[in-house]
Design a protein around this ligand. Sequence first.
Ligand code: NAD
Length: 285
Amino acid sequence: MIETQLLSGTAVASTVKEEVAERVSVLNGRGKSVGLATVLVGEDPASEVYVRNKRRTAEKLGIASIHHQLAADTPQSEVDDLIVRLNQDPAVDGILVQLPLPDGLDGERAVNLIDPAKDADGLHPTNLGKLILGQPGLTPCTPTGVMRILDHYGIGVSGKHAVVIGRSFLVGRPLAMLLNQKGTDATVTMAHSRTPDLAALSRTADIVVAAVGVAKLVGPDFVKPGATVIDVGINRTEDGLVGDADFEALQGIAGAITPVPKGVGPMTVAMLMSNTASAAEAAIT
Ligand code: NAD
């Protein structure tokens, strides 16, 4: 019987946040304050919770939280002007535009306007391009958080077969890039909604990443005994918050698994803080 290891994102996120607090204090010692600007448009309750959480975490780590709340009917030109102003503000090191924007506003346009050097979410085309080219840059928070969990728990990636289920630009696609980067060296298969016989494909993986948004999709038929399962999904169901993997059913089958909640979620916020610190460090070097 396999004893399934719990990969606690909360624990790894604490370590990352301690490191960030230390980096911020070093920057402060060099006369550099660190600021994260958050832009929230409209009153979507989930977005409000996410932004509040990010602001609180920033403040705890010594990062100034510079918040801009705009009404849902704000014209695109005002959103654009705000981003341009934040780009020019030396007190702002990282900029986060909480997506999705309300109907009628163009989130992609907003992200594209962010100075790539201040792109705390790592989603600007310049940074995604650098990721593909293997050049240093700010990388997307959730995929980077997944890599950090694997590293923290000493789960070797080199030479392993990783199946990433989900190909969004936010998670699946950049994560596939990070996993098969030179020096990391996994062999990656990207699967999606049109992949035939997904369970059989997934069973060939040493590492299965689920970034889909379908509750408990990844069950015992998806997982080779001993494989690592990273569950990115967040699904609100009658049973509460569940992931894309069937956590209970995979006990004794998976070698290791991230829970939901307290898995990848906390890492996303921690890596946002880490990216903000990196942007601040780059600003004074
Ligand atoms: P998305 O909707 O943009 O992409 C989903 C992907 O899953 C698509 O590529 C689609 O092809 C694929 N897909 C859909 N149904 C499928 C199926 N039945 N079989 C195989 N593939 C299928 O979603 P996203 O933004 O990438 O988010 C995915 C999940 O991760 C969501 O549950 C989201 O809430 C969660 N998420 C979590 C965090 C975090 O911090 N933990 C961050 C971002 C997203």
